[in-house]
Design a protein around this ligand. Structure first.
Ligand code: NAD
Length: 302
Protein backbone atom coordinates (compact mmCIF):
# COMPACT_ATOMS: atom_id res chain seq x y z
CA UNK A 1 0.00 0.00 0.00
CA UNK A 2 1.15 3.56 -0.68
CA UNK A 3 1.20 5.15 2.78
CA UNK A 4 2.13 8.57 4.09
CA UNK A 5 3.28 8.91 7.68
CA UNK A 6 2.59 12.50 8.65
CA UNK A 7 4.77 13.37 11.63
CA UNK A 8 7.86 11.18 11.43
CA UNK A 9 8.82 11.35 15.11
CA UNK A 10 8.98 8.47 17.57
CA UNK A 11 5.63 6.83 16.73
CA UNK A 12 5.77 7.73 13.04
CA UNK A 13 9.15 6.06 12.73
CA UNK A 14 7.97 2.95 14.61
CA UNK A 15 4.81 2.47 12.56
CA UNK A 16 6.26 3.69 9.27
CA UNK A 17 9.44 1.66 9.75
CA UNK A 18 7.51 -1.55 10.39
CA UNK A 19 5.12 -0.87 7.50
CA UNK A 20 8.07 -0.28 5.15
CA UNK A 21 9.82 -3.43 6.40
CA UNK A 22 6.70 -5.49 5.66
CA UNK A 23 6.57 -4.41 2.02
CA UNK A 24 4.58 -1.18 1.87
CA UNK A 25 5.66 1.95 0.06
CA UNK A 26 5.97 4.49 2.89
CA UNK A 27 6.53 8.25 2.56
CA UNK A 28 7.76 9.92 5.76
CA UNK A 29 6.48 13.50 5.91
CA UNK A 30 7.84 15.84 8.56
CA UNK A 31 8.40 19.54 9.09
CA UNK A 32 11.82 19.28 10.77
CA UNK A 33 14.74 19.41 8.30
CA UNK A 34 17.10 17.60 10.71
CA UNK A 35 14.67 14.67 11.02
CA UNK A 36 14.18 14.44 7.26
CA UNK A 37 17.92 14.55 6.65
CA UNK A 38 18.60 11.88 9.31
CA UNK A 39 15.93 9.53 7.95
CA UNK A 40 17.09 9.86 4.34
CA UNK A 41 20.72 9.26 5.24
CA UNK A 42 20.40 6.61 7.97
CA UNK A 43 17.04 4.94 7.34
CA UNK A 44 15.12 3.58 10.31
CA UNK A 45 16.27 1.02 12.85
CA UNK A 46 13.57 -0.43 15.09
CA UNK A 47 14.90 -1.99 18.29
CA UNK A 48 12.82 -4.19 20.54
CA UNK A 49 14.22 -6.28 23.39
CA UNK A 50 17.73 -6.01 21.97
CA UNK A 51 16.75 -7.26 18.46
CA UNK A 52 16.97 -4.74 15.62
CA UNK A 53 15.58 -4.44 12.11
CA UNK A 54 16.63 -1.79 9.63
CA UNK A 55 15.23 -0.30 6.43
CA UNK A 56 16.19 2.59 4.20
CA UNK A 57 13.34 5.11 3.94
CA UNK A 58 12.24 8.13 1.92
CA UNK A 59 11.49 11.32 3.87
CA UNK A 60 10.62 14.89 2.98
CA UNK A 61 8.38 17.84 3.69
CA UNK A 62 4.81 17.70 2.37
CA UNK A 63 5.89 19.85 -0.59
CA UNK A 64 8.52 17.26 -1.60
CA UNK A 65 5.81 14.72 -2.51
CA UNK A 66 3.31 14.95 -5.34
CA UNK A 67 1.61 11.54 -5.83
CA UNK A 68 -1.69 10.99 -4.05
CA UNK A 69 -1.63 8.32 -1.33
CA UNK A 70 -3.97 5.49 -0.33
CA UNK A 71 -3.55 6.08 3.40
CA UNK A 72 -2.08 8.87 5.53
CA UNK A 73 -1.34 8.03 9.17
CA UNK A 74 -1.08 11.15 11.32
CA UNK A 75 1.46 10.98 14.12
CA UNK A 76 2.21 14.59 14.98
CA UNK A 77 1.55 15.85 18.49
CA UNK A 78 -2.11 16.96 18.70
CA UNK A 79 -1.25 20.66 18.64
CA UNK A 80 0.33 20.22 15.19
CA UNK A 81 -2.44 18.15 13.56
CA UNK A 82 -4.30 21.05 11.94
CA UNK A 83 -1.20 22.51 10.26
CA UNK A 84 0.17 19.11 9.28
CA UNK A 85 -3.07 17.89 7.70
CA UNK A 86 -3.45 21.25 5.96
CA UNK A 87 -0.03 20.76 4.35
CA UNK A 88 -0.87 17.42 2.67
CA UNK A 89 -4.15 18.31 0.94
CA UNK A 90 -2.47 17.79 -2.45
CA UNK A 91 -1.70 14.16 -1.45
CA UNK A 92 -5.36 13.42 -0.64
CA UNK A 93 -7.58 12.16 -3.47
CA UNK A 94 -11.21 11.06 -3.34
CA UNK A 95 -10.03 7.59 -2.29
CA UNK A 96 -7.41 8.45 0.33
CA UNK A 97 -8.08 7.40 3.92
CA UNK A 98 -6.76 9.26 6.97
CA UNK A 99 -5.92 7.48 10.22
CA UNK A 100 -5.18 8.96 13.63
CA UNK A 101 -3.82 6.92 16.54
CA UNK A 102 -2.71 10.05 18.41
CA UNK A 103 -3.54 10.79 22.01
CA UNK A 104 -5.99 13.57 22.81
CA UNK A 105 -9.34 14.76 21.51
CA UNK A 106 -10.04 16.65 18.31
CA UNK A 107 -7.63 14.97 15.91
CA UNK A 108 -10.25 12.82 14.15
CA UNK A 109 -12.46 15.87 13.65
CA UNK A 110 -9.60 17.64 11.86
CA UNK A 111 -9.05 14.55 9.68
CA UNK A 112 -12.78 14.32 8.94
CA UNK A 113 -12.71 17.83 7.47
CA UNK A 114 -9.78 16.98 5.18
CA UNK A 115 -10.51 13.33 4.24
CA UNK A 116 -14.34 13.40 4.73
CA UNK A 117 -15.91 11.68 7.78
CA UNK A 118 -16.45 8.47 5.76
CA UNK A 119 -12.75 8.16 4.99
CA UNK A 120 -11.56 8.98 8.50
CA UNK A 121 -10.30 6.14 10.68
CA UNK A 122 -9.39 6.52 14.33
CA UNK A 123 -8.13 4.41 17.15
CA UNK A 124 -5.64 3.88 19.91
CA UNK A 125 -2.35 2.13 20.38
CA UNK A 126 -0.42 1.20 23.49
CA UNK A 127 2.79 0.52 21.59
CA UNK A 128 5.51 2.80 22.95
CA UNK A 129 8.28 4.45 20.97
CA UNK A 130 11.32 6.28 22.28
CA UNK A 131 13.79 8.03 20.02
CA UNK A 132 17.28 6.80 20.83
CA UNK A 133 18.31 9.19 18.06
CA UNK A 134 16.56 10.22 14.84
CA UNK A 135 16.20 7.02 12.82
CA UNK A 136 16.66 4.70 15.82
CA UNK A 137 13.51 3.77 17.69
CA UNK A 138 13.25 1.69 20.82
CA UNK A 139 9.92 0.01 21.47
CA UNK A 140 8.67 -2.31 24.18
CA UNK A 141 7.93 -6.01 23.66
CA UNK A 142 4.15 -5.76 23.38
CA UNK A 143 1.41 -3.49 22.18
CA UNK A 144 -1.77 -3.43 20.19
CA UNK A 145 -3.81 -1.23 17.86
CA UNK A 146 -7.60 -0.84 17.97
CA UNK A 147 -9.06 0.93 14.98
CA UNK A 148 -12.49 1.80 13.65
CA UNK A 149 -14.32 4.14 11.31
CA UNK A 150 -15.07 7.61 12.66
CA UNK A 151 -18.67 7.34 11.48
CA UNK A 152 -19.11 3.87 13.04
CA UNK A 153 -20.10 2.41 9.68
CA UNK A 154 -18.72 -0.69 7.97
CA UNK A 155 -15.89 0.10 5.59
CA UNK A 156 -14.05 -2.60 3.55
CA UNK A 157 -10.81 -0.57 3.69
CA UNK A 158 -10.71 -1.16 7.46
CA UNK A 159 -10.14 -4.90 6.86
CA UNK A 160 -7.24 -4.12 4.50
CA UNK A 161 -5.77 -1.73 7.05
CA UNK A 162 -5.96 -4.29 9.86
CA UNK A 163 -4.29 -6.86 7.57
CA UNK A 164 -1.36 -4.62 6.67
CA UNK A 165 -0.89 -3.55 10.30
CA UNK A 166 -0.84 -7.19 11.39
CA UNK A 167 1.59 -8.09 8.63
CA UNK A 168 3.82 -5.34 10.03
CA UNK A 169 3.65 -6.91 13.53
CA UNK A 170 1.43 -4.12 14.89
CA UNK A 171 -1.19 -6.42 16.44
CA UNK A 172 -4.30 -4.69 15.13
CA UNK A 173 -7.99 -5.39 15.35
CA UNK A 174 -11.08 -3.57 14.14
CA UNK A 175 -13.53 -2.23 16.68
CA UNK A 176 -17.06 -1.12 15.89
CA UNK A 177 -17.58 1.30 18.79
CA UNK A 178 -14.15 2.92 18.57
CA UNK A 179 -15.15 5.83 20.83
CA UNK A 180 -15.05 3.52 23.85
CA UNK A 181 -11.35 2.55 23.69
CA UNK A 182 -10.50 6.12 22.69
CA UNK A 183 -12.22 7.49 25.81
CA UNK A 184 -10.79 4.73 28.02
CA UNK A 185 -7.29 5.71 26.95
CA UNK A 186 -8.21 9.36 27.37
CA UNK A 187 -9.34 8.72 30.96
CA UNK A 188 -6.11 6.81 31.65
CA UNK A 189 -3.94 9.59 30.19
CA UNK A 190 -5.95 12.41 31.76
CA UNK A 191 -5.41 10.86 35.18
CA UNK A 192 -1.90 9.46 35.03
CA UNK A 193 -0.11 11.76 32.57
CA UNK A 194 -1.55 14.98 33.94
CA UNK A 195 -0.89 14.08 37.58
CA UNK A 196 2.64 12.91 36.81
CA UNK A 197 3.37 16.13 34.90
CA UNK A 198 2.23 18.16 37.92
CA UNK A 199 3.93 16.14 40.65
CA UNK A 200 7.02 14.87 38.81
CA UNK A 201 6.18 11.36 40.01
CA UNK A 202 6.78 8.17 38.06
CA UNK A 203 3.87 5.81 37.40
CA UNK A 204 4.96 3.57 40.31
CA UNK A 205 5.25 6.49 42.73
CA UNK A 206 1.68 7.52 41.90
CA UNK A 207 0.49 3.94 42.43
CA UNK A 208 2.24 3.81 45.81
CA UNK A 209 0.72 7.07 47.10
CA UNK A 210 -2.78 7.07 48.61
CA UNK A 211 -3.42 10.81 47.97
CA UNK A 212 -2.22 10.46 44.36
CA UNK A 213 -4.50 7.45 43.86
CA UNK A 214 -7.40 9.49 45.23
CA UNK A 215 -6.76 12.22 42.64
CA UNK A 216 -6.50 9.60 39.87
CA UNK A 217 -9.87 8.14 40.93
CA UNK A 218 -11.46 11.63 40.93
CA UNK A 219 -10.18 12.36 37.40
CA UNK A 220 -11.40 8.99 36.11
CA UNK A 221 -14.86 9.64 37.62
CA UNK A 222 -14.97 13.13 36.08
CA UNK A 223 -13.92 11.80 32.66
CA UNK A 224 -16.57 9.07 32.79
CA UNK A 225 -19.22 11.71 33.57
CA UNK A 226 -18.12 13.84 30.61
CA UNK A 227 -17.95 10.78 28.33
CA UNK A 228 -21.58 10.02 29.25
CA UNK A 229 -22.59 13.44 27.92
CA UNK A 230 -21.11 12.38 24.56
CA UNK A 231 -23.06 9.13 24.53
CA UNK A 232 -19.94 7.10 25.38
CA UNK A 233 -20.36 4.78 28.33
CA UNK A 234 -17.02 3.86 29.81
CA UNK A 235 -16.21 0.88 31.94
CA UNK A 236 -14.59 2.22 35.12
CA UNK A 237 -13.33 -1.31 35.80
CA UNK A 238 -11.41 -1.41 32.52
CA UNK A 239 -9.80 1.99 33.15
CA UNK A 240 -8.90 0.92 36.72
CA UNK A 241 -7.47 -2.36 35.45
CA UNK A 242 -5.27 -0.49 32.95
CA UNK A 243 -4.07 1.83 35.72
CA UNK A 244 -3.27 -1.07 38.09
CA UNK A 245 -1.42 -2.79 35.26
CA UNK A 246 0.66 0.35 34.69
CA UNK A 247 1.47 0.68 38.43
CA UNK A 248 2.59 -2.95 38.44
CA UNK A 249 4.50 -3.27 35.17
CA UNK A 250 5.55 0.28 34.25
CA UNK A 251 6.46 1.60 37.70
CA UNK A 252 9.76 3.18 36.60
CA UNK A 253 8.15 4.88 33.59
CA UNK A 254 7.91 8.65 33.35
CA UNK A 255 4.82 9.52 31.31
CA UNK A 256 5.38 11.36 28.04
CA UNK A 257 3.72 14.45 29.51
CA UNK A 258 6.20 14.46 32.39
CA UNK A 259 9.09 13.91 29.97
CA UNK A 260 7.87 16.81 27.81
CA UNK A 261 7.51 19.04 30.83
CA UNK A 262 10.96 18.20 32.17
CA UNK A 263 12.41 18.95 28.73
CA UNK A 264 10.41 22.24 28.70
CA UNK A 265 8.56 21.10 25.55
CA UNK A 266 4.92 21.90 24.93
CA UNK A 267 2.68 19.14 26.34
CA UNK A 268 -0.59 17.70 25.01
CA UNK A 269 -2.30 18.53 28.36
CA UNK A 270 -4.73 20.94 26.72
CA UNK A 271 -5.79 18.25 24.19
CA UNK A 272 -6.28 15.61 26.89
CA UNK A 273 -7.48 17.15 30.19
CA UNK A 274 -8.30 20.54 28.68
CA UNK A 275 -10.49 19.04 25.95
CA UNK A 276 -12.40 16.91 28.49
CA UNK A 277 -12.98 19.92 30.75
CA UNK A 278 -14.26 22.04 27.84
CA UNK A 279 -16.62 19.30 26.60
CA UNK A 280 -17.96 18.95 30.15
CA UNK A 281 -18.55 22.70 30.44
CA UNK A 282 -20.56 22.65 27.19
CA UNK A 283 -22.81 19.96 28.68
CA UNK A 284 -23.09 21.32 32.22
CA UNK A 285 -20.77 18.72 33.78
CA UNK A 286 -17.84 20.13 35.71
CA UNK A 287 -14.49 18.41 36.13
CA UNK A 288 -12.82 20.54 38.83
CA UNK A 289 -9.96 18.22 39.76
CA UNK A 290 -8.96 17.62 36.15
CA UNK A 291 -9.32 21.34 35.44
CA UNK A 292 -6.94 22.24 38.27
CA UNK A 293 -4.39 19.57 37.30
CA UNK A 294 -4.50 20.53 33.61
CA UNK A 295 -4.00 24.20 34.44
CA UNK A 296 -0.95 23.31 36.54
CA UNK A 297 0.40 20.87 33.92
CA UNK A 298 0.08 23.52 31.20
CA UNK A 299 1.82 26.31 33.14
CA UNK A 300 5.32 27.08 31.90
CA UNK A 301 8.13 25.80 34.13
CA UNK A 302 10.24 28.72 35.42
P1 NAD B 1 7.12 13.19 18.39
O1 NAD B 1 7.23 14.56 18.96
O2 NAD B 1 8.25 12.22 18.58
O3 NAD B 1 6.84 13.27 16.81
C1 NAD B 1 6.02 14.23 16.23
C2 NAD B 1 6.61 14.60 14.87
O4 NAD B 1 5.71 15.48 14.20
C3 NAD B 1 7.96 15.33 14.96
O5 NAD B 1 8.93 14.65 14.16
C4 NAD B 1 7.65 16.71 14.40
O6 NAD B 1 8.76 17.31 13.70
C5 NAD B 1 6.50 16.40 13.47
N1 NAD B 1 5.70 17.56 13.05
C6 NAD B 1 5.35 18.66 13.78
N2 NAD B 1 4.64 19.51 13.02
C7 NAD B 1 4.52 18.95 11.79
C8 NAD B 1 3.90 19.34 10.59
N3 NAD B 1 3.23 20.51 10.47
N4 NAD B 1 3.98 18.51 9.51
C9 NAD B 1 4.63 17.33 9.60
N5 NAD B 1 5.25 16.90 10.74
C10 NAD B 1 5.19 17.70 11.82
O7 NAD B 1 5.75 12.60 18.98
P2 NAD B 1 5.39 11.05 19.25
O8 NAD B 1 5.94 10.62 20.56
O9 NAD B 1 5.71 10.27 18.03
O10 NAD B 1 3.80 11.16 19.44
C11 NAD B 1 2.92 11.35 18.34
C12 NAD B 1 1.49 11.11 18.83
O11 NAD B 1 1.37 9.74 19.26
C13 NAD B 1 1.10 11.97 20.05
O12 NAD B 1 -0.27 12.28 19.99
C14 NAD B 1 1.35 11.02 21.23
O13 NAD B 1 0.58 11.34 22.37
C15 NAD B 1 0.93 9.69 20.62
N6 NAD B 1 1.53 8.50 21.23
C16 NAD B 1 2.86 8.46 21.52
C17 NAD B 1 3.40 7.29 22.08
C18 NAD B 1 4.88 7.15 22.34
O14 NAD B 1 5.29 6.17 23.00
N7 NAD B 1 5.75 8.02 21.84
C19 NAD B 1 2.55 6.20 22.37
C20 NAD B 1 1.19 6.27 22.04
C21 NAD B 1 0.68 7.43 21.47
Amino acid sequence: MKIGVLGAGAMGQLFGGRLQLSGNDVYFIDAAPATIQALNSRGITVESEGATSHTPVRAGTAADFTETLELIIVFTKSFHTEAAVGSVRHLISGTTFGLTLQNGLGNADILARAFTPERTLAGITDFTADLEQQGHIITGPGGKVRVGTWTGTTEPFLRRLVDILNKAGLNASAKEAIQEPIWEKLAFNAALNTLSAVTGQTVGQIGASAPARELVARVVDETIAVANTQGVHLSAERVDAALENAYLYAGEHKTSMLQDREARRRTEADYIGGAIVRLGEQSGVSAPVLNALTTLASAPIQ
